[in-house]
Design a binder for this molecule. Structure first.
Ligand code: MN
Length: 713
């Protein structure tokens, strides 16, 4: 039973850090005790026993005082009424920041889905900006696994164990905390595969009985062999853990009966040079197992681990695994990043001063960044990748990895190209935001879609991923081809009418073959682009017209065409599309317009009275009668209800914001007014839904606005 008393903890810390601030520690202790008072764990014990145990686990790793205090406070913000602010005011910014980090990690809903596991591990690493956050989280998980039997529901136990095995144990390994790693693995294994673990344990028991004292005999013999070669050493041996044996059985597809090397031995020698000498002696004295030698001294693992590994047929003809290392390497192997904490290079303890903390962090960065061996290059690049990535959730909890700097549009396209193409807006963590918003780790993104929406070429200015850019461009190309095809079709119809012929699409087949095009649309697009002359299409179908056609065309005039050809509706003009405004006359929706076909560029729209049309008077084949789609441009009115702060100038600021974003306010009405806020409804004319969403997003980013939404009329 855990004592609800700070003394055992203080004693444990003082043993490695005599400079511990008793007063601060007991304040944190009482603070957390009070916050959790009345809460109980599944075991029936007071809830506060849990943070105390987590603090003890970390004290065993000799961590700094801020980490211990964070451990005591780690569940306070999540599970009690206490706010982060009061932690900040009672303690330090540093502690508040660490507690906040742990709270954020606790809030992530983990998914024990194999395909997502690596993404979750990266997310946790990315969110643990300070490695101490991760240490507290791992200790928290370790204590939860120690007490998992108290959880009644088997499904819940399994979910937690699964998550432990796939997310937390690998993270512990990644930062070199093998203590945590092995305990987490073994406890999760016991929950998930109880029977298998038991039978492995039984087998180990049986083998131990058969070869009584084998471990100590092998240790003695190796020790003597090294001593005779003048190498001072300490040799220890252990059975491998049930989980690592099980993994090996899976990996090498062998039955337990065939497993031989279930023992691992460790040789600790004073100096690095002794490691290599000891290796030489062992290889001379015993047969070496091929393919087992690894030199992690010259090329340490990324988590800082150093040792020589080899396999030999040792004493008693047993196949065994041997690790050779110095005491310093052993320290790192056992305590991982925490080993760098309070020991300087002489191996003497130092106080956790600001300097040593920085050194420790630098060490960590070095560990994470220095990779020499080609073997670890792959792992290294994964690490780099994670530093450059953000991880965001779909509303259903799937995790989408994106490069740093990615926006909501990138997210939409990463989910699916259809989602991107139909995207009209986005909610980030429940609030409407601009599509260009930069995403942060852990953001939950809901893409708002409309079946009639199309990608906006302006997205290309801010989206980050190649996937989004390629999809937007592809859509634009298809759209452009569609527009060219519409233009081309009108040109072909016009040519047929001018020659007094009826056009029938069935007649096009030989023409398609002639131009090697696969479809009507493709052919019409070539005509629209000016690659194929509409009159050539006519004469391919009616060869007899070849001689008479050209003079006819020359004599036809604009006015006669207008009376004979159907006009072509054009949509809203989008940059990069096949239809352009003439810069000379800037035609407006509603005005009479004429299109001029330009080779390779689609059509340019001019006002019917534009001076520049003169230039084309001798080329009537380029003229196209067009009109705007609908009588007036596509303006819709939307009613918004907004709550804004009752402050001087707030309403003016908000209305300015709306007009700056192109919205036209036609009506505004105050609904209610209180001391702090007032509510108003406003009718705003916008181009389309996307335009409205952009305005709402802009309003929500204003500090004056409390809320804004479409009014339910
Ligand atoms: Mn906890």
């Amino acid at each position: 039973m855990t004592e609800l008393n700070v003394k055992p903890l203080t004693d444990r810390i003082r043993a490695y850090n005599p400079a511990i601030d008793d007063d601060l520690l007991s304040r944190a202790f009482s603070f957390a005790e009070k916050a959790h008072s009345g809460q109980v764990r599944a075991s029936g014990e007071p809830y506060f026993t849990h943070p105390i145990e987590v603090a003890h686990i970390l004290a065993d790793m000799h961590v700094d005082p801020a980490t211990i205090i964070t451990a005591l406070l780690h569940d306070v913000v999540e599970d009690t009424e206490v706010s982060l602010e009061s932690i900040r005011s009672q303690f330090t910014d540093e502690i508040a920041r660490l507690v906040d980090g742990v709270t954020k990690l606790t809030r992530i809903e983990m998914q024990s889905d194999n395909r997502q596991a690596e993404n979750f591990r990266k997310l946790v690493l990315a969110m643990s900006e300070d490695i101490r956050v991760l240490l507290v989280k791992l200790a928290d998980r370790t204590h939860n696994m120690r007490t998992i039997d108290h959880i009644a529901k088997p499904e819940k136990r399994e979910r937690i164990a699964q998550e432990t095995l796939m997310i937390f144990a690998p993270l512990a390994e990644r930062i070199g905390m093998t203590h945590f790693q092995h305990e987490l693995e073994d406890r999760a294994f016991a929950v998930l595969n109880h029977q298998m673990r038991n039978s492995i344990l039984q087998r180990l028991e049986f083998l131990a009985e058969q070869s009584e004292d084998l471990v100590s005999r092998i240790c003695d013999e190796m020790g003597v062999t090294l001593f005779e070669a003048d190498i001072e050493s300490s040799v220890s041996g252990r059975r491998k853990s049930p989980y690592s044996i099980w993994q090996k059985m899976q990996r090498e597809k062998v039955e337990m009966e065939e497993l031989s090397d279930i023992m691992a031995f460790r040789v600790i020698v004073p100096e690095v040079s002794d490691c290599y000498r000891a290796l030489g002696i062992l290889h001379q004295s015993y047969p070496m197992v091929m393919g087992r030698f690894k030199d992690y001294i010259s090329t340490p693992k990324r988590n800082g681990y150093q040792s020589l590994h080899t396999g030999i047929i040792g004493p008693n003809k047993k196949k065994i695994e041997v690790q050779i290392r110095t005491p310093e390497m052993h320290e790192v192997a056992e305590r991982g990043v925490a080993a760098h904490w309070n020991y300087n290079t002489d191996g003497k303890p130092v106080n956790a001063t600001e300097h040593s903390k920085l050194k420790w962090l630098n060490d960590l960065v070095n560990i994470l960044e220095n990779t020499v061996s080609p073997d670890e290059f792959l792992e290294h690049t994964q690490m780099e990748m994670y530093a450059d990535q953000v991880f965001c959730f779909t509303p259903k909890g799937s995790l989408i990895p994106l490069p740093k700097g990615a926006t909501a549009v990138d997210f939409a396209y990463a989910v699916h190209s259809d989602v991107g193409n139909s995207c009209i807006g986005v909610k980030i963590n429940g609030r409407i935001r601009q599509l260009a918003t930069l995403l942060k780790n852990g953001d939950q993104i809901e893409v708002l879609r409309s079946s009639t929406a199309t990608p906006n070429p302006e997205w290309l200015d801010f989206c980050k991923t190649g996937r989004a850019k390629a999809q937007i461009r592809r859509f634009m190309r298809a759209e452009r081809q569609q527009e060219f095809a519409e233009v081309g079709r009108a040109l072909v119809l016009k040519a047929f009418r001018a020659a007094d012929k009826t056009f029938d699409e069935k007649d096009l087949l030989p023409v398609l073959a002639h131009y090697d095009t696969g479809s009507d649309i493709e052919l019409f697009a070539l005509v629209g682009e000016g690659q194929v002359d509409a009159r050539d299409v006519l004469t391919l179908i009616h060869p007899e017209l070849k001689k008479t056609l050209k003079p006819d065309a020359k004599t036809s005039s604009k006015s006669t065409q207008q009376s004979t050809t159907p006009s072509l509706n054009i949509k809203g003009l989008t940059p990069g599309m096949a239809v352009h405004h003439g810069r000379c006359c800037s035609p407006l929706p509603g005005e009479r317009i004429i299109g001029i076909v330009t080779h390779g560029k689609g059509i340019t729209v001019h006002r019917v009275d534009c001076q520049n049309l003169e230039k084309f008077s001798t080329m009537p084949e380029l003229w196209l009668d067009i009109e705007w789609e609908g009588d007036s441009p596509n303006i819709v009115s939307a009613r918004l209800e907004a709550v804004i702060a009752n402050e001087r100038g707030s309403l003016a600021t908000v209305t300015t914001l709306i007009s700056e974003h192109g919205g036209n306010i036609t009506n505004i009405q105050l609904v209610t007014r209180t001391l702090d806020f007032f509510t108003f409804v406003t009718d705003v004319e916008v181009k389309d839904v996307r335009h409205l969403t952009a305005i709402v997003a802009a309003m929500q980013s204003s500090p004056f606005i409390e809320s804004v939404e479409r009014a339910k009329s």
